[in-house]
Design a protein around this ligand. Structure first.
Ligand code: ATP
Ligand code: MG
Length: 135
């Protein structure tokens, strides 16, 4: 199964399990990526959704994948509690939080970039761009 059907199922299961309304959308012309890239994207979304459910107490989450010519854009958004991303940006000595660091490393390996917008009580939006023209 390709990335999109796999994600659609994952998001649906997430909604059933957590009772958080979960939307999955794709934009642009869907196409297969390398299996390494698809696996990485799946894990990125898995961690972002897990964080939303575990930390944010949102009433909804959105996962959006946009296919562009040389780029795939991934958005994972929740309307929960929000947090201060700068506190979790780098490998800090107050450990025990590996999810965001792992996401950032995964994105960097793919020569992409990840931005986290979050504010107290305004939820969190994670935007990832991954170039698809490099293999
Ligand atoms: P791990 O992922 O290693 O099991 P973790 O989820 O605590 O642990 P990270 O995924 O790195 O670690 O997240 C770091 C911290 O950032 C979390 O502990 C939480 O405080 C905050 N956080 C992450 N995502 C969200 C979110 N969507 N909403 C609110 N807070 C978040
Ligand atoms: Mg986590």
């Amino acid at each position: 199964l390709g990335l999109i059907p796999t994600l659609r199922k994952y998001v649906q299961d997430f909604e059933e399990k957590t009772k958080i309304r979960a939307l999955f959308e794709t934009r642009g012309k869907e196409h297969r990526l390398s299996s390494a890239m698809e696996a990485a994207i799946y894990r990125l979304i898995q961690e972002a959704l897990t964080n939303a459910a575990k930390h944010a107490y949102p009433t909804y989450v959105l996962v959006e994948i946009t296919y562009q010519a040389q780029l795939v854009k991934i958005v994972v958004q929740d309307n929960g509690l929000g947090f201060k991303p700068e506190l979790f940006q780098q490998k800090s000595k107050d450990h025990g939080h590996f999810g965001l660091i792992g996401m950032r490393e995964r994105v960097e390996l793919l020569e992409g970039r990840m931005e986290i917008e979050s504010a107290e009580n305004q939820g969190t939006k994670i935007v990832i761009h991954i170039p698809t023209n490099v293999e």
